[in-house]
Design a protein. Structure first.
Length: 217
């Protein structure tokens, strides 16, 4: 049986909560318990990633308001978007993606410096992302898949030209129809997406820097 859903047009009461890294049931002024989920996957760097000497700035992904919501979206049919009742993200999807890609690059120790947009750092490249999907999609199956889709562009800061662009898609089937299983699948999808985006960014920026260095000589 599928979980209880609520139309995306219906927004529950706003509550103030203390968020733990695992899902936690809370009651804070709302009429029903709300479970807050904060996916926090750990991403191991790939040994094949190049070590680069340039600096990167990461912009928060652009996203439509319906996608970038604290409510956990689910698509039971292709033309219907709903949200899980009594469940919420601790951070908006755009924040989750920005934080995960940033941390993955920092932890890799493969780049001189990486920082969020507006940090004041003089960056050689800027990573721009557009969030297209962040939803549990049944797609005709018995259980939903945690589906994340983004388009990434690597911008050369000095020339303001796009070096490369690529679309990334992750669809990880949940272990069940309950919200906790769905949130766990999102953690897996988020970690894999961050790994792929980080690796692509390093490889693409490295190739462009080498091409520019060769042209200068």
């Amino acid at each position: 049986m599928r979980p209880t859903l609520r139309s995306a047009r219906t927004v529950g009461a706003i509550v103030m909560v203390s968020v733990l890294l695992a899902g936690c049931s809370i009651v804070g002024g709302s009429k029903e318990p709300v479970t807050v989920y904060a996916p926090d996957p750990r991403v191991a760097p790939d040994a094949s990633w190049p070590e680069v000497t340039w600096q990167l700035e990461i912009a928060r992904p652009d996203a439509a308001r319906a996608i970038d919501s604290l409510r956990i979206a689910v698509r039971p049919t292709p033309d219907e978007l709903q949200v899980y009742k009594g469940a919420s993200w601790a951070k908006r999807p755009s924040e989750q993606i920005e934080d995960m890609v940033l941390r993955t690059l920092e932890d890799s120790q493969k780049i001189t410096a990486v920082a969020p947009n507006g940090s004041g750092m003089t960056a050689d490249y800027t990573l721009l992302m557009e969030l297209r999907r962040y939803e549990a999609d049944y797609a005709g199956n018995g259980v939903p898949a945690a589906t994340i889709e983004i388009n990434a562009k690597l911008l050369h800061a000095r020339s303001q030209t796009v070096v490369a662009s690529r679309t990334f898609l992750q669809a990880v089937p949940a272990g069940g129809t309950d919200t906790a299983s769905v949130a766990q699948a999102f953690g897996t999808a988020l970690g894999t997406l961050a790994h792929d985006v980080a690796g692509w960014t390093l490889a693409t920026g490295d190739a462009n820097s080498r091409t520019q260095a060769s042209a200068a000589h």
